[in-house]
Write a new protein. Structure first.
Length: 246
């Protein structure tokens, strides 16, 4: 996917938040249990219900929405494209979101309210297979795009309960998925992160958020394009200004 940010529907997966003096992270789920996400079959086992998708790569699992499903105003769950760099991490029974030293289970977030919004997500590499010469990366056709109804709360509502230090300038969102040595992380200026277009979601098209799409919780950032993928988010950190920098 593209390596620079620009405005476009974009999202990141599952959130778990932890603030430190050096940075402010939405952080990793603790005590994950279930199948080994590094096992060769895990990618496919976790995506068996995605039979309507056109598989681009099996490991990691990447699959795009069929053209016939792109005519719908809302894409069905089993037709919504899937983008991965790693296997999706299975949530365990002790899953928590940690923010600034505070830990929240899903029920803790749900008592803060609930709203449903439509958002279209698109991989920045959509259409790569049609380019000549073809650039490196996952060879998407034109189906790495889809629209869903997402249910959750604005990130700002949670951050009001676990605010970063006042001199923080960015929130860094670090993915729960990885390969043991590499993690996925992206950041937003703190004022953008606290905007109404950034929210934590636990529902998709009226159902609980599937693991394939970031369940049990993911971050949606409408209007932004991030390099990389939509990802499960286990840590959020704040980042303070560097010396000599405003």
């Amino acid at each position: 996917m593209r390596t620079h940010a620009r405005r476009s529907p974009r999202a990141m997966r599952r959130a778990f938040c932890s603030f430190s003096a050096a940075s402010c992270r939405v952080g990793r789920s603790s005590a994950l249990t279930g199948p080994d996400p590094g096992s060769p079959g895990y990618h496919i086992d976790a995506m068996q219900e995605m039979s309507r998708l056109h598989v681009i790569t099996e490991t990691p699992f990447n699959a795009e929405t069929a053209p016939s499903d792109l005519t719908r105003p809302v894409t069905p769950l089993d037709a919504f494209f899937v983008r991965n760099h790693f296997a999706p991490p299975p949530p365990g029974p002790d899953w928590r979101l940690e923010v600034n030293g505070q830990r929240f289970c899903l029920a803790d977030l749900q008592v803060l309210g609930s709203e449903t919004r439509a958002a279209t997500l698109e991989c920045a590499g959509n259409g790569r297979a049609l380019m000549e010469p073809r650039p490196p990366g996952t060879p998407w056709g034109t189906g790495a795009v889809a629209t869903a109804l997402w249910t959750g709360i604005p990130l700002a509502r949670l951050m009001a309960k676990a605010a970063p230090p006042p001199d923080s300038v960015e929130l860094v969102f670090e993915g729960a998925d990885g390969d043991g040595t590499t993690v996925y992380a992206r950041s937003l200026p703190i004022q953008e992160a606290l905007g109404k277009h950034v929210w934590l979601v636990w529902g998709m098209n009226g159902e609980s958020l599937p693991v394939a799409h970031g369940g049990p919780l993911r971050l949606i950032v409408a209007g932004w394009q991030w390099p990389g993928r939509r990802t499960a988010v286990p840590h959020v950190k704040h980042r303070r200004p560097s010396a000599g920098r405003e």
